[in-house]
Design a protein around this ligand. Structure first.
Ligand code: GDP
Ligand code: IMO
Ligand code: MG
Length: 427
């Protein structure tokens, strides 16, 4: 049985939660492999909506092992509140497992995220304010505190004291902040440890064992390819590796164990926060997409910037992730539009670029070159079979497939689990 990576093909919020939840029915294990509570993944079942920030989007089935992997940064307070909310709604978390290797978001990370954004002024990233960047900085800087540290009081207090020496220098000297004492944090976090203890495990071992037993594993990414710290629109990115390559690190398995990569793209493009976005629409069409698509951040409530589908960006995403196929979500949001545009190149000065670049100066200066297709102006939200789509819809999907050099296997026409058209086989 295969291991499949689900990866955001754009700047996040592509509908990874919906597609993961839908595919999870047929799998055994669902693993969130990176990011933290900056993510907001939405699942809708029979009109009831569930949003998760840290818990994998397989949690609605009580027989799936749901793993928070090694490269996730865990905010224990948010995670515990999410567990409590799920349990209160009758969703069992008994099969949730948290990697002992995962680093924790500490109170000073949240504070530094806010203060650094303030200091950056017009160069700010527009982060979610969840302390994600500072936590990954400490991980790479070997000052991080891991979930496993919660279970040895002396080790935890020792590590925290050592880290606070550095953090307090920065907080006090640069930001004129009062800083933190070990006692401000230790008691609270050691209590979190007691709550989380039953869930903590060697998750890489669980995943390897499942694969050995030929079980089906879904690896769910957060954010999206263009937010990847190496391959995204740096510095307007998150601090982890949402791309498929990140799944190996976040699950603790080697690349040969991964069979397929499913990219998730919207039928148009959105972005939250700062940074270049060549196909962004500042007009009525952009407003229509935001309104019809409900494009407001799941985590922060910020309005999402909206624009046409960018095939140049998507072809890059297909390449960086080795996508076997894609799921296209929110097709229904385009239903009313008389014409639909797809970006096929960027005009930069006298030059037309056909391949994506992470040179953000070029991206900023680029004017999109569009191909125009007729809209279908038909309600697609109840369609369940590809053959029932209007011809214009079929043409749009097929043209996107041609331009991005990859098949679109799944089409989503509404937020509900059921509002899904299975077009091509990809497993
Ligand atoms: P994620 O972060 O990639 O999981 O995506 P989000 O949950 O942040 O944002 C996607 C939003 O679109 C959520 O509100 C979903 O319920 C919604 N959604 C997902 N698929 C569709 C679809 O095909 N049509 C419509 N109209 N909404 C969708
Ligand atoms: P999901 O998993 C959309 C964006 C932020 C900001 C940048 C860095 O729901 O798709 P961070 O807080 O990570 O340091 O912010 O990344 N961002 C997201 N945008 N969806 C997300 O997650 C995001 N997570 C982070 O808006 O531009
Ligand atoms: Mg989201």
């Amino acid at each position: 049985m295969p291991a499949i990576v689900i990866v955001g093909a754009q700047w996040g919020d592509e509908g990874k939660g919906k597609i993961t939840d839908m595919l999870a029915e047929g799998v055994d294990v669902v693993v969130r492999y990176q990011g933290g509570a900056n993510a907001g993944h939405t699942m809708v079942v029979d009109g009831t909506s569930y949003i998760v920030h840290m818990i994998p989007s397989g949690i609605l089935y009580d027989d799936k092992i749901c793993i928070i992997g090694d490269d996730v940064v865990v905010n224990p307070k948010i995670l515990i509140s999410e567990i409590d909310k799920m349990e209160a709604r009758g969703i069992s978390t008994k099969n949730l497992r948290i990697s002992c290797n995962a680093h924790m978001v500490m109170p000073y990370h949240m504070e530094l995220d806010r203060l650094e954004e303030e200091l950056k002024g017009k160069h700010k990233i527009g982060t979610t304010g969840r302390g994600i960047g500072p936590t990954y900085v400490d991980k790479a800087g070997r000052l991080g505190i891991r979930v496993v540290d919660l279970f040895d009081k002396d080790e935890f207090i020792g590590r925290l004291g050592h880290t606070l020496k550095y953090k307090n220098l920065i907080l006090r000297e640069i930001f004129k902040h009062k800083g933190y004492e070990v006692e401000d944090i230790a008691g609270e976090y050691l209590e979190y440890g007691k709550r989380l203890a039953p869930y903590v495990a060697d998750t890489s071992m669980i995943i390897s064992q499942a694969l050995r037993e030929e079980k089906f594993v879904l690896l769910e990414g957060a954010q999206g390819t263009l937010l990847d710290v190496t391959h995204g629109t740096y510095p307007y990115v998150t601090s982890s590796h949402p791309i498929s390559g990140g799944a190996c690190i976040g699950a603790g398995i080697g690349p040969c164990k991964i069979d397929r990569v499913l990219g998730i793209t919207k039928a148009y493009t959105t972005r939250v926060g700062e940074g270049p976005f060549p196909t962004e629409l500042m007009d009525d069409t952009g407003e229509h997409l935001r309104k019809k698509g409900g494009e407001f951040g799941t985590t922060t409530g910020r309005p999402r910037r909206c624009g046409w589908l960018d095939a140049v960006l998507l072809r890059y995403s297909v390449r960086i992730n080795s996508m076997s196929a894609l799921a296209m979500t929110k097709l229904d949001v385009l239903d009313e539009l008389p014409v639909i545009r797809i970006c096929t190149g960027y005009q930069v000065g006298d030059e037309i670029i056909r391949e994506f670049t992470t040179d953000i100066r070029k991206l900023r200066e680029s004017t999109p070159v569009y191909e125009e297709l007729p809209g279908w102006q038909t309600d697609t939200s109840k369609i369940t079979d590809f053959r029932d789509f209007p011809d214009e819809t079929k043409s749009y999907i097929r043209r996107v497939e041609e331009l991005i050099h990859a098949p679109i296997a799944i089409i989503s026409v509404g937020p509900d689990r059921q509002q899904t058209v299975l077009f091509r086989k990809f497993v």
